[in-house]
Structure formats: C-alpha cells, structure tokens
Design a protein around this ligand. Structure first.
Ligand SMILES: [Zn+2]
Length: 370
C-alpha cells in the first residue's frame, strides 16, 4: 500500500514499516526540538553547561523517542483489532504519524470504538510514564530529565490531539462509533465527516495565524482523508449486496498470444479497452494492458509479440464475489481490472469504472425512489 518504505521488524507477526518521509522529517524534528532545549533548561532552572550532550543530539533522540511512541500508539490500536478478530496488514510510520493498514474495517461500531480509543490511551500512559520516571531518576544527568519531560509532554499532546473529534482521527472514529449505534453507519460517517472537516478548517486557520506549518499540513490531510472515507462509505453502502456478476462486462475481448504489439494497439483503438486477457491454445495464459504496451518503443511494435510483454499473473474473481470487495482489492493493488472466472472458464471482466457506473445508476435509482 505504501511504496518507499522498509520493514524494520515485526510485532504480533505484523510488519512495522518505516516510510521514507520519516527519514526526511526526523533530522528536522531533531533540529526543532534541539532549538527548544535551551529554553527548557532555563525554565527547569537547570544549568545549560550541565548537559552532557549537545542540544541537537538530545533533540534527535527525542525525535526517535517520538516515533517509537507513535509506533506503540499504533501497536495499541493493532492489539485490540487483532483481539477482535480483524486482520492488520502492516503498520507504517510516516511523516505525520503512524497508519495501521487494516484488511477490512469492522462493521460493528463497538469494535471501532475500542480500537480507536486504545491508541490515545497508550499515548496517555506513555506520557504519564515518562513524566513520572523523572521523579525516580532524580540524580540522573540533566539530559535525561529533559528527554523524559519533553517526550512525556509530546505523548500527552498526542493523546489529546488524537482524541479531538477531527474525523478520521481516533477521536473522530470514537464519535462515529457512538453515533452509529443509533443511526446508520453511513449517516454517522456523514456527520463525523462534516465535523472532521470543520475541525480541519479551524486547524488550518489557527496554523496560518500562528505560523504553525505542521498544523496546516495536518489540517489538509484531515480534510482530504475525511472526504475520502465518506466517499468510500457511500460507495460501500450504495453497492451493498451487489455481486461481481451484476456489474461485470460479459462479452470479453481476448487477444491471441502471437499478436504483435502493433496488432494489439490496433485492437485497443477499435475496442476502447485498455486491458485484455491473452489466449494461447484456447486457454487464458496472461493479461496485457496499456502500460505493458507503453514499455515497447514505437519502432519495436512489429517485432514484439503480446506473449513477450504480457503479465502472467492473472487477478481473478468469482462471479458471486462481493462487488465492493472487488473494488477494494483493485484500489489496494492498484490494478484496473479483475478477470471473472467461473471455475476454469473466463466469463467476464470487471473494471473499476464498471463498478463506479453501477454505483451511479444505483444512486439515481435511489434518488428517484425517495
Ligand atoms: Zn491513533
């Protein structure tokens, strides 16, 4: 799901990934924290000369501590989700925090409530722990005191900030879950989205007024993410009960494996599809798309055959599969189409636009019926 990230370890068998944006932001955070440390030493009445490390080194360590804290926050969500029987693909730590990639969202509001609340609880506990540790290590170097105080405060801020009902933040999810107990999931999402986007606008205004670029950036992401969640929910609710067979294209145009790329291109012009199953000896052996064609230089189109450029990995679905699940799979794997196989026979193709057409028709039907 997230490109440009590396797996650094596993927790509960789930890969923890580091996104490249984090490596860019970490030195910056170290610098920002480092510049604040002078002020903090003064406030605490500590002697700046008593520090063993340079303020920027401490700042950098706090930055690392912050991302470990964010990882623990995400592990908190994940732990509850796993206990509730949900699957988590990965946890990615990136520029603005962490994301636990759930295979499916639970339809049960009480699941969402406990999963969402656990992250801020972990942050709060960490905050109290770090602040409390200061009273245990009284005689430790000033560096450690600053580290603990700073990290403790950041975790408390994280807990509070995440609990604001700025959907799709944790607090926003809690709010939706509470509302979804009395209303439909979609209606609850709609209200939560409006509240979330209002918060995003307020954050942006506040961020601009105070010169806090990070807050403006967060506001932007919340606004977009809230809108996307609502659209996804709307599509899911509208297409509920639809099967792949209801929305697929039945008459499948196939391409013989021995066709040249030039012949394939001519077929694409005629048929206006961008992806085709490839046939050899009456059997489907692969699929070829516009992207495969683009890899061949125009001068070589007569020399390369379809079988040279096709992909052998066929993405298949069954006609009785859920249409929404098929759409989710295409978005997640960033593919445009799935081949519909009934046992061993190719019976159709379903594309993202087939499903979106079905969605639009269903919406028109609904508004008529109302
Ligand atoms: Zn969270």
């Amino acid at each position: 799901m997230f490109k440009n990230s590396w797996t650094i370890g596993h927790v509960f068998g789930i890969p923890i990934r580091l996104h490249i944006t984090l490596l860019i932001i970490l030195p910056l955070f170290g610098f920002i924290f480092g510049t604040n440390i002078g002020l903090l030493t003064e406030t605490l009445g500590l002697d700046p000369d008593a520090l063993l490390l340079s303020p920027y080194t401490i700042g950098f360590l706090i930055g690392i501590g912050l991302f470990v804290s964010v990882a623990l926050h995400e592990i908190g969500h994940t732990w509850v989700a796993l206990r509730r029987g949900l699957k988590i693909r990965s946890i990615t730590l990136m520029i603005l925090g962490g994301i636990a990639d759930m295979e499916e969202m639970s339809k049960d509001p009480s699941d969402e409530l406990v999963i969402a609340i656990m992250g801020p609880i972990v942050s709060l506990v960490l905050g109290i722990l770090f602040l409390g540790l200061r009273f245990i290590v009284v005689n430790a170097p000033a560096d450690l005191h600053i580290f603990l105080l700073y990290l403790g405060q950041i975790n408390i801020v994280l807990a509070v900030f995440n609990l604001l009902p700025a959907f799709p933040s944790d607090g926003g999810r809690v709010l939706r879950a509470i509302m979804a107990k009395r209303r439909s999931y979609l209606a609850a999402t709609k209200t939560a989205t409006s509240i979330g986007q209002t918060f995003a606008i307020l954050f942006a205004i506040f961020g601009v007024l105070t010169g806090n670029i990070l807050l403006v950036l967060i506001a932007f992401f919340i606004y977009i993410a809230a809108g996307q969640e609502y659209s996804t929910n709307l599509v899911n609710a509208t297409l509920e009960g639809f099967r792949v067979r209801d929305l697929m294209t039945n008459d499948v145009v196939t391409v013989p494996a021995h066709y040249t790329v030039a012949q394939l291109l001519a077929l694409m012009y005629d048929e206006k599809h961008t992806g085709y199953p490839v046939l050899a000896d009456g059997a489907v052996v692969g699929c070829v798309t516009m992207e495969d064609v683009q890899k061949v230089a125009p001068g070589d189109r007569d020399y390369y055959k379809v079988e040279d450029i096709m992909s052998q990995a066929l993405q298949m679905v069954h006609p009785d599969d859920d249409a929404v699940e098929a759409l989710t799979r295409m978005s997640r794997e960033q593919i445009g189409r799935l081949f519909v196989f009934d046992e061993l026979n190719l019976v159709g193709i379903i594309t993202r636009s087939d499903i979106m057409k079905g969605f639009q028709i269903r919406q028109i039907e609904k508004t008529r019926a109302e």
